[in-house]
Design a protein around this ligand. Structure first.
Ligand code: ADP
Ligand code: MG
Length: 322
């Protein structure tokens, strides 16, 4: 006699805009002791905009009337095949400047790191400073980039002090900095700004009040941008600079401490962590197919406040069952 009420609750969740994939998942959702959130696209609107373009090395001969336009145009061409929110922002910025988006070849992307593609005869890479600059300092084999690994080696003439200053300027202001390399050389830095979702702070507080679970932020972004956002939405436990597999490790570490982890992610890079968590909720609109397959529940309506609603439903379902 337990199934009918549970099914009723799952159906009810559907009316709230949440697809719950199993009765077990429905029960797990209500028992979390840690609620881990992805940042970009989950706690933030995920529609960042390019706020800053810093050119460190011009690319003569590329399309565009100014060094900044040439940098933006090449970056947008490489980002165009990507569905990542940062990539969409770079493409929109180029379109707003009326730059043509030239075709990209041999496109490759590495989750949590960035993209690379061949654009008008040049290798263009756009990605996280931690990754693109660390590779440069490690001096990895330049030719590896052609294999789609976003690996590259040092190129003489890079202005390290210029890169460091540009990154510091963007990061202390809470912008997400991405590095643009052209033919292995750091050509510039883009600063992207994103807003918290209007219901993020309220949702975090609501979940804490409802469950007593401690909110945690798991993000691939830099510690400054992470802390800036965490402050705005009321999360104290912040873990930044995480690759997708680091998010899995973070979830497992919490589980090893005996915590029951509910992960809320936007899915583009979060599929492995969604699968590792006790319960995973994917924000459906931005979520990739993979995340939709691995998550236990999918928020079809693009509203974070649905998460506490479904947790409340889950807890009610448990009371009915027990
Ligand atoms: P989050 O955990 O905040 O959602 P992601 O894991 O999606 O962040 O990405 C982590 C970092 O990797 C970004 O802040 C950015 O520096 C870099 N990155 C990932 N994908 C891209 C991309 N398509 N273009 C530029 N940078 C990217
Ligand atoms: Mg994300």
């Amino acid at each position: 006699a337990t199934m009918p009420p549970l099914l009723a609750v799952i159906a009810n969740a559907g009316r709230h805009g949440v697809l719950v994939k199993s009765a077990v998942a429905m029960e797990q959702l209500g028992t979390a002791t840690r609620v881990a959130f992805d940042k970009t696209g989950t706690l933030t609107e995920g529609i960042p905009h390019v706020a800053t373009v810093r050119v460190l090395s011009d690319t003569p001969g590329a399309d565009g009337d100014s060094p900044a336009e040439r940098l933006l145009g090449l970056a947008a061409a490489a980002e165009n095949p990507s569905e990542h929110p940062l990539a969409r922002a770079v493409v929109r910025a180029a379109q707003r400047s009326r730059l043509p988006i030239i075709p990209a070849w041999e496109f490759g992307s590495v989750p949590g790191r960035g993209v690379r593609a061949r654009v008008a005869g040049r290798w263009v890479e756009v990605g996280s400073p931690a990754h693109l600059l660390a590779e440069r300092h490690r001096g990895a084999d330049r030719r590896a980039m052609a294999c789609g690994d976003l690996r590259d080696g040092p190129v003489d003439g890079d202005d390290d002090a210029g890169v460091t200053a540009a990154l510091a300027e963007l990061e202390v202001s809470g912008q997400t900095a991405v590095v643009v390399r052209i033919d292995g050389r750091v050509a510039g830095v883009l600063g992207l700004a994103d807003r918290p979702r209007p219901d993020a702070a309220h949702t975090v507080a609501h979940i804490t009040a409802l469950t007593g679970a401690t909110p945690v932020l798991l993000t691939g972004d830099n510690p400054y941008a992470a802390a800036h956002l965490a402050d705005q939405v009321g999360v104290d436990d912040v873990r930044a600079g995480l690759l997708p597999q680091d998010k899995v490790q973070a979830v497992r570490a919490l589980q090893t401490e005996g915590q029951r982890v509910l992960l809320v992610g936007d899915g583009v890079n979060d599929a492995p962590a969604l699968a590792a968590a006790h319960a995973g909720v994917a924000m459906g609109q931005a979520g990739s197919d993979l995340a939709l397959q691995t998550a236990d529940a999918v928020i079809v309506r693009d509203e974070l406040s649905v998460v506490p609603a479904v947790i409340a439903l889950s807890r009610r379902a448990r009371r009915v069952v027990i």
